[in-house]
Design a protein around this ligand. Sequence first.
Ligand SMILES: Cc1cc2nc3c(=O)[nH]c(=O)nc-3n(C[C@H](O)[C@H](O)[C@H](O)COP(=O)(O)OP(=O)(O)OC[C@H]3O[C@@H](n4cnc5c(N)ncnc54)[C@H](O)[C@@H]3O)c2cc1C
Length: 160
Amino acid sequence: MTGHPGIFAGGDMVPAERTVTVAIGHGKQASRHIDAWLASRRHEPPPPHELATFDKLNTWYYSDAPKTVAPTLDLVRRQSTFDEVHGALDEKTAGYEARRCLSCGNCFECDNCYGICPDNAVIKLGPGQRYEFNYDYCKGCGLCVSECPCGAIKQVPEEI
Ligand SMILES: Cc1cc2nc3c(=O)[nH]c(=O)nc-3n(C[C@H](O)[C@H](O)[C@H](O)COP(=O)(O)OP(=O)(O)OC[C@H]3O[C@@H](n4cnc5c(N)ncnc54)[C@H](O)[C@@H]3O)c2cc1C
């Protein structure tokens, strides 16, 4: 939110890196703050989770996917046209490229923890809502932690 209550700004309008990625990130943040503002709440972003290092990932889960090559204009053609030299990816290939992301530390709801839990302690909260753990059922076997592909689950000792 800007200094004027109820007016929000982001992207190229605010001092930041002027890239599409930053503008999209600002849009995401702004939408959460606008939603809270309209409901007379204050949006408190959750604390950032720990970095998922490579040893926390289960790379077997992901299929090999070579990176997409963006089209490039032939050297000779560059001398005779004003066409873009470095072409963009089309919708299909951009989607494929995005799906190569390992989602390090960010749950993408693959259901591995849900499927593997021997105690039915993992509760699905619905699309986009991820999971909850029922600690009355959980015996702390740690299978969900070791089988999570992206290192999004952390096991901590129970507080007594
Ligand atoms: C030539 C060029 C190449 C670039 N290449 C890259 C690149 O390769 N990669 C990259 O990440 N970034 C690139 N950028 C930067 C990127 O385009 C911007 O950072 C990004 O578009 C910013 O998004 P935005 O939504 O903040 O603003 P914009 O995309 O500028 O959107 C603002 C919108 O508001 C509209 N608007 C303005 N005034 C009003 C008004 N009074 N009423 C209603 N509507 C209004 C405008 O028409 C526009 O549609 C490039 C920028 C330029 C100029």
